[in-house]
Design a binder for this molecule. Structure first.
Ligand SMILES: [Zn+2]
Length: 405
């Protein structure tokens, strides 16, 4: 199949071209349109695919993705176009510019890390709204800030970016942060004046100013080095806009200035912790009273075991567990803690030391009464079911059952 003339390789600013359909092959979910030339960059080298449209015979066909195989570019589409048809290919410029900003920013930031702290870029990933590079060493927050500042300074100097084709023997003489000795023949070299030189197949702006800004958004340890998340240009602006909205929202909720949001949240957290402590103390006090009442007048089952039954409303699992543990201290007792949380009734059964009984049977009865689920073993079981309006009456039935079994 004839190779596609990749107009974007020599002129990344070209947004439209005329072309002739050479092939139209059937793909899994549509068609792959092959043209003699195109302005649409196919996914490759870490850069995402361009988007655009092909116009022919007054109809417009959307191209959401293009791929490349053996220098042939397949414009993926849901409609076919007859071979030989003359068409116009138009780029979605904003999508292209977004990708160029990220890709060029990636070159420049990688150069900055290499120059400032001798960290090498060993991985590059770009997806919508997320760009990362992997560095082969850990970098400090200070180094990250330096690299970010250096890159932005180069962006604002609006340095020329030149694409050149040269033999690999010439490329070998250049000082580059990344060299692939395996590449031979004519190589495509992207050079930022006074900055990065890199072998690359992607599209780049003609000068660094078009990148707009680079902002590192996250750094984490990764495979003995660092993974640096960052965004450039419009994607960085969108990210900053979103994050500012979160901060403004939080500052309104806390009725505090934006710069005091973290202090406000930290105060809120310590207030919550103090309230939790207070609540726990109150629950402990309340449970001491409940336990004393139950122990003062325990029910006795048919087989002679003490029945220690607690029934609580608006109770949580942690409190129920601690109540059960307090009752467990009493020997020779069957313990049942039944409690309501929202629209659920939960129940836990346990045998203290010396007690006879079978928690498996108790849980089966409770499950039957409350249409619930749960299980356990002979000495301990728990479960829960629906809290119907007559749940208290069902608890009384369960108590009777426990007394007689
Ligand atoms: Zn590149």
């Amino acid at each position: 199949m004839s190779q596609t003339n990749k107009l974007y390789e020599k002129n990344s600013m070209l947004q439209e071209c005329e072309a002739t359909v050479l092939e139209c092959i059937e793909l899994k979910n549509g068609f792959g349109i092959v043209l003699d030339q195109t302005v649409i960059f196919p996914e490759g080298g870490g850069q995402l695919s361009d988007q655009g449209e092909i116009t022919y015979d007054a109809s417009k066909i959307k191209i959401e993705h293009a791929s490349e195989k053996a220098d042939v570019i397949y414009h993926e589409s849901t409609s076919a176009i007859p071979i030989g048809e003359k068409v116009t290919v138009k780029l979605d410029w904003q999508v292209r510019l977004d990708h160029m900003q990220q890709h060029c920013g990636e070159h420049m930031l990688s150069y900055a890390f290499w120059k400032i702290c001798e960290a090498n870029n060993v991985g590059f990933h770009m997806s919508k709204g997320l760009v990362t590079i992997d560095l082969d060493k850990e970098v400090t927050a200070e180094e990250v800030a330096k690299a970010e500042d250096f890159t932005n300074k180069q962006i604002w100097e609006d340095l020329p970016i030149v694409v050149a084709y040269m033999p690999h023997t010439e490329v070998a003489k250049l000082t580059m942060r990344k060299k692939n000795e395996k590449l031979t023949g004519t190589l495509r070299i992207v050079t930022v004046e006074d900055g990065d030189i890199c072998t690359c197949c992607g599209t780049h702006p003609t000068s660094t100013g078009m990148v707009g800004i680079v902002k590192v958004t996250k750094v984490e340890k990764h495979k003995g080095g660092s993974r640096v998340e960052f965004l450039c240009g419009r994607w960085a602006l969108e990210d900053i806009r979103n994050k500012l909205n979160y901060i403004v929202g939080a500052s309104n909720m806390l009725s505090t200035k934006e710069e005091n949001v973290c202090n406000g949240i930290s105060k809120l957290k310590s207030d919550i912790d103090a309230l939790k402590d207070k609540l726990r103390n109150n629950i402990e006090k309340q449970q001491a009273v409940v336990v004393a009442e139950i122990l003062a007048n325990p029910l006795i089952s048919a087989n002679g075991s003490k029945l220690l039954i607690a029934v609580e409303e608006d109770y949580d699992a942690a409190s129920a567990k601690s109540l059960s543990q307090k009752l467990m201290i009493e020997e020779n007792a069957v313990i049942a803690v039944i409690y309501k949380t929202d629209n659920r009734v939960n129940y836990m059964f346990a045998l203290s030391e010396g007690a006879t009984g079978n928690c498996k049977e108790y849980i089966a009865k409770a499950n039957e009464l409350f249409a619930g689920k749960g299980g356990g073993n002979n000495t301990s079981a728990q479960g829960g079911g629906e809290a119907s309006s007559d749940w208290i009456a069902k608890v009384e039935t369960l108590k009777e059952y426990l007394k007689n079994n």
